[in-house]
Design a binder for this molecule. Structure first.
Ligand code: TYD
Length: 207
């Protein structure tokens, strides 16, 4: 496999989509083929799962939720991400297994190591070369989401304590794997964030 697998992580409202778009633009301008994708979603099957996990009414048990994200991941990685990497393309993906460890592990209070193992089983062990964590304090993230004036999904609607746990879990994951993670302060200007990301991606392109 000689493509490059890059994931973006962070809380809701941290600006992942903006940065994914800027990174795709920059890579494309350099002549690279980019597959920009996301979890949950990214495939037709994944979009059906996405609808259930994000918009289903009523309670979903935490373990069922974890399995739904894992099911989306298994299908997405096998049918879309691995083939792109095998073609030597660059996959820029909004959220991956670290989101499961943070949201289902720390957020829903399941065992983080078990959640990680479940995701690795689903994805047959695939880890990104680089994971960009856009770190933002919970109050600023909430203010951004409120400003966007959109309907909250099931996860966004969770209380602030949930989002504080999610943020702490992301930072802990980054501290555990410093070689894989780049942590960027998401309160910076989008262009400053994009520059920090480009500096870290550049050496990966030469490999
Ligand atoms: P996303 O589409 O990235 O939403 P946003 O653009 O608002 O950040 O992700 C949808 C939600 O799914 C988000 O609240 C995080 C959650 N999520 C999990 O709880 N576990 C997971 O494994 C993934 C991939 C996402």
């Amino acid at each position: 496999m000689n493509g490059v697998f890059i994931t973006l992580e962070g809380g809701d409202g941290s600006g992942k989509s903006t940065q994914a778009a800027l990174l795709e633009e920059w890579l494309t301008a350099r002549g690279r083929t980019v597959v920009r994708t996301r979890e949950p979603g990214g495939t037709d099957f994944g979009n059906e799962v996405r609808e259930i996990v994000l918009h289903s009414r009523g309670h979903i048990s935490p373990r069922a939720e974890a399995l739904l994200y894992a099911a989306d991941r298994a299908h997405h990685i096998e049918t879309k991400v691995r083939p792109a990497l095998a073609r030597g393309e660059i996959v820029v993906q909004d959220r991956y297994l670290d989101s499961s460890v943070a949201y289902q592990g720390a957020g829903r209070v399941l065992d983080g190591d078990e959640i990680r193992s479940l995701s690795l089983w689903a994805a047959e062990g695939l880890l990104p070369q680089l994971t960009i964590l856009l770190d933002l304090d919970e109050a600023t993230a909430r203010a951004r989401l409120d400003g966007a004036n959109k309907r909250f999904d099931r996860l966004e609607a969770e209380k602030s304590d949930f989002h504080r746990r999610v943020r702490a879990a992301f930072l802990e994951l980054a501290a555990r794997e410093p070689d894989r993670f780049l942590v960027v302060d998401a309160a910076l200007q989008p262009e400053e964030i994009a520059a920090a990301i480009r500096a870290r991606v550049e050496p990966l392109l030469a490999e």
